[in-house]
Design a protein around this ligand. Sequence first.
Ligand SMILES: NC(=O)c1ccc[n+]([C@@H]2O[C@H](COP(=O)([O-])OP(=O)(O)OC[C@H]3O[C@@H](n4cnc5c(N)ncnc54)[C@H](OP(=O)(O)O)[C@@H]3O)[C@@H](O)[C@H]2O)c1
Length: 268
Amino acid sequence: MSYELVIVGGGKMGSALAEGLLRAQWCAPERLAVVDHTASTRESLAQRLAGVAVLPSLELGDVDENTGALLCVKPDYAESVARSIGALGVRRLLSVVAGLTTARIESVMVQPVAVVRSMPNTPVLVGKGVSAIAGGAHVTADDLVWAESILGAVGTVVRVTERNIDVVTGLSGPMPAYLYLIVEALIEAGVYQGLPRAVAQTLVVDSLEGTAALLKQTGTSPEELRHQVTSPGGTTAAGLRALENRSVRAAMIDAVSAAADRSRQLGR
Ligand SMILES: NC(=O)c1ccc[n+]([C@@H]2O[C@H](COP(=O)([O-])OP(=O)(O)OC[C@H]3O[C@@H](n4cnc5c(N)ncnc54)[C@H](OP(=O)(O)O)[C@@H]3O)[C@@H](O)[C@H]2O)c1
């Protein structure tokens, strides 16, 4: 029996996507297969993904021309895995592999395959990720809608040109890491000023969640929201002045540029 979707690589990304697709009832569980070559990973996947086929490899008959494939393995061997998926007859492939271009995937295929490249971020693990997608040479509007429906099961999806996938790789890709660093520093600052660590952690983490909700739910610009909480000559104005003195804004621009440049370099 052929599957509607095969997820190749059942690690962090592949398993998070499989769980999101089951939650969203994207297809019946028995129409979904997850392929992973490691037995211990397959055991844990089978426990987490009730009704889903968990396979050591794909065989002829598991896929037909209507089967979609999701490529979720590490970049080092992604091209050879893509080649073997293509050789089985898959015509539509969504890749989450960092740095691997649609052209490179297309070049290892024996026939034209619609390749959609994406860059998700780690909040997909809790169903709140954000992913950007870009289509390759053989992609139709339907293929993009198909890719959006998959990544939409684990968060928000935006469309970009493939050139801008590198920018996304510098911005939303590592953004959790940027924010962890800021959160860590703010907790230390609270402790330095005398707060118990657990109290500082609650204040910082819950403020982050509340601030994101305010930004999202009000639709107000960050500048306007910042003006609303900055009284002339007040405490927040003093804190912001200290941040501007340390060029925090320029540091953010440099961080995104450095990460995007590194992505371009890895893609070559
Ligand atoms: N994690 C993220 O936050 C994130 C964000 C954006 C993009 N990505 C991209 O997502 C991809 C997967 O990342 P990940 O973090 O999910 O990696 P991961 O946890 O290492 O998962 C990859 C899985 O694929 C298995 N595998 C390797 N070769 C295979 C093959 N030929 N057939 C079947 N299974 C195979 C691996 O098994 P073994 O490890 O036992 O070999 C592992 O279980 C990467 O290309 C990465 O660039 C990840």
